[in-house]
Design a protein around this ligand. Structure first.
Ligand code: SF4
Length: 374
């Protein structure tokens, strides 16, 4: 990457001050920006991975109110942590957060560590999050590079190609470090992220509003819309599921525990991933006849042991996406005179499903069953 394409010396100082002034004036008021607590910065950065700011805000506020510090998070029940995360998706993030909090209690006396080596050594924390915490909470000179910042840097230097290419990402990281304002690294990193999120957006960057437009080579060349190059997407895989919402006359339903605990043995191998290893309705991978296959599954695995279901009703078909999987869901209400006893399963009122940590897929099915019952 040609270094001459980026501002140096006087131009670099001007570039930095223009971006920092813009950030001071126009930054969004976000709850994790209200202080420099490394714990809150860490929680926000993990939540913001794969999730939009607007979606994260209410989760962040509730999560930090329930678990205000490392000790509270470390000592909580895992089910409670997952319940507070329920709906954000990518649940391994929540499990890793708690594992890292427990690590801090064991290895750092419950305090948030301050060195790069210690922070990088925590479960689920990569280089980007380490740099964000070090710069924003502790004022250390570490430049962040995420998708937003990479796009800004690539456009500033008119760098073509896939930024996530093997050597290009490292090169962009070096350039981000060169641009970093040494006197205010935390604000600098947030300013670069903010510029990428609100002005230098993936589609139709707002160059007329850009505080650093005069330093931007892509804009000079009129190629900002071509940078970064689109990544080749993994081919979508179609998955069909049939789900049994088993209920009784009192409106109670059965939820199976997270598959990793050994329940739901009859489920297909990819079911644990699709229900995010959380509480879920009995679910099978289905072929061309979801109703018949689910009925056979229930009759073979559940009904003969504990008495036959009294009614089997199709609910509204649903669609859901988990990474590259496009899922068609065929939910059925399976009504029993008396709900069967299944080891490890819980019987709760259907409308109370969210008292347990459930995935978005399970949430959708529960809502379909509830609206059909109205
Ligand atoms: Fe992005 Fe346009 Fe600003 Fe360049 S001028 S950094 S392309 S918003």
């Amino acid at each position: 990457m040609a270094a001459e394409h980026f501002p140096r010396n006087t131009a670099l100082r001007q570039f930095r001050s223009q971006l920092l002034e813009w950030f001071a004036l126009y930054q969004r008021d976000l709850p994790w920006r209200r202080n420099r607590d490394p714990y809150r910065i860490w929680i926000s950065e993990i939540m913001l991975q794969q999730t939009r700011v607007a979606a994260v805000i209410p989760y962040f506020e509730k999560f930090c109110a329930r678990f205000p510090d490392v000790a509270a998070l470390a000592s909580a029940e895992e089910a409670e942590v997952l319940r507070m995360w329920s709906g954000l998706g990518y649940y391994s993030r929540a499990r890793n957060l708690q594992a890292a909090a427990q690590q801090m209690v064991r290895e750092h006396g419950g305090k948030f560590p301050k060195t790069e080596k210690e922070i990088r050594g925590l479960r689920g924390i990569g280089q980007y999050t380490t740099n964000a915490i070090l710069s924003i909470a502790f004022g250390e000179q570490h430049a962040v590079l995420d998708g937003n910042v990479a796009r800004v840097v690539a456009r500033l230097g008119a760098i073509r190609g896939d930024p996530r290419g093997s050597t290009r990402w490292e090169s962009l990281q070096r350039t981000a470090s060169h641009l970093l304002a040494p006197e205010s690294p935390g604000n600098w990193n947030q300013a670069m992220m903010e510029l990428g999120a609100t002005v230098c957006t993936p589609r139709a960057p707002k160059c007329l509003l850009c505080p650093v437009a005069k330093f931007c080579r892509a804009r000079k060349l009129g190629i900002q819309g071509l940078i970064p190059e689109k990544r080749k997407k993994r081919a979508t895989v179609e998955v069909t599921l049939a789900v049994a919402v088993m209920t009784d006359a009192r409106g109670r339903c059965i939820l199976l525990p997270p598959p990793k605990n050994g329940a739901g043995k009859a489920a297909a191998d990819d079911i644990p991933t699709l229900v995010s290893n959380m509480w879920h309705f009995p679910t099978i991978s289905a072929g061309n006849n979801p109703a018949g296959e689910l009925r056979r599954y229930v009759e073979k695995n559940i009904a003969p042991v504990r008495g036959s279901p009294v009614r089997f009703t199709a609910l509204e078909k649903l669609r859901h996406t988990v990474t590259y999987r496009a899922i068609r869901i065929f939910p059925f209400r399976v009504e029993f005179a008396k709900l069967p006893d299944i080891a490890g399963a819980k019987k709760i009122l259907l409308q109370d499903f969210s008292t347990l940590p459930v995935s978005n897929l399970t949430r959708k099915v529960a809502r379909a069953a509830l609206s059909a019952a109205k």
